[in-house]
Design a protein around this ligand. Sequence first.
Ligand SMILES: Cc1ncc(COP(=O)(O)O)c(C=O)c1O
Length: 389
Amino acid sequence: MKFRVSEQIEKVGFPPITEVKGWVAGRPGNGPPLIDLCQAVPDYPPAPELLAYLKEQLDDPRTARYTPDEGLPEVRGAVCDRYRRRYAAKMEPDHLCLTVGASQAFWLAIMTLCRAGDEMILQAPCYFDHPMALEALKVRPVFAPFDESGKGLPNPEVIGRLITPRTRAILLVTPSNPTGTVIPPALLTELYLLARKHRIALVVDETYADFVAASPHELFTIPDWHGTLVQIMSFGKTYALTGFRAGLLAGSPEVVQHALKIQDTMVVCQPHLTQLALKFGVEHLDDWVEANRLLMDFRHNLFVNRFTQPGNRFRLAASGSFFAWVRHPFSHLNGRQVARRLVDEAGILCLPGEVFGPGLEGYLRLALGNLRENMIPETIRRFREMGGP
Ligand SMILES: Cc1ncc(COP(=O)(O)O)c(C=O)c1O
């Protein structure tokens, strides 16, 4: 290469899923078939009626055109109705900007809220893309440490002590990736009030919210919720459309208007076809979503029940519908070394704990979205039989 890559970008780690999937190539050919617990993707297909509807829409040449930057008004209106149903939300379409996945919504949030040199507080273990994005934009991630006894729930006192004049936001993910832990509504309200007291934003990523039974929280019922709250949502897992890149940012009309400056230069708009899929989903698929929530819940409960039977040296530290966060038994090895051994010796692909924040080498993340019921006993057998010191 005859030019230099930005020194800032050189400092950012490479995407862990790409790294871990690369290990599979070196596996001995005679090993057991691979069980992929690496990426949090539902293994079931999108709803057939959704696909049939989209096929029709492809014949309409308007589907191939740009939409307004923030998304079609009728789509944002339909999404608002869903928020009113699920959260009793005080929400209007101008609170929403449709994005290219929750990933892009997070970039909009950081760039709208923070300058280079500012700080954002993250609860560890945290979704690896979050610190990667912050580092790329020279915003300092400040980690609230993982407390295993509290299953990784954020502690308002600990977070309060991390707030400095440089802090622009507290970021929470509920249900958590990687622990699956759901922040109870009352605790979330406490953290909202903490952020409001300090006049900083509370950014809540709810990518897995549709895998929780009840209304996830009451923040959207607060009349001026958007004075403090910025929500990031993905519909990729909700409707099994991860490749459609269906996300959004919800905040005050002012935040949305500023975010559109970035949106316009970054992507212009969420793909038109994705917007049509989203509208169809929020208008027709509540029952389908609920059936898949129950399916994931069933798999999770079965997995946890078997995994925690005596005789397994891997210990469940926390879990929730999509994830199990596991302490491995090899005190002299880090998570990467154990995850590699699991690939080579047990044919199990998962992520090492240290990609989710500092000091987490003793853990592994198992994503359960890909784990069908009939594979659960075999998966657990492989963990139990994993030998070595
Ligand atoms: C917590 C969290 N936020 C955001 C994302 C990205 O979502 P999207 O695919 O909509 O960009 C993921 C994906 O796994 C995630 O786990």
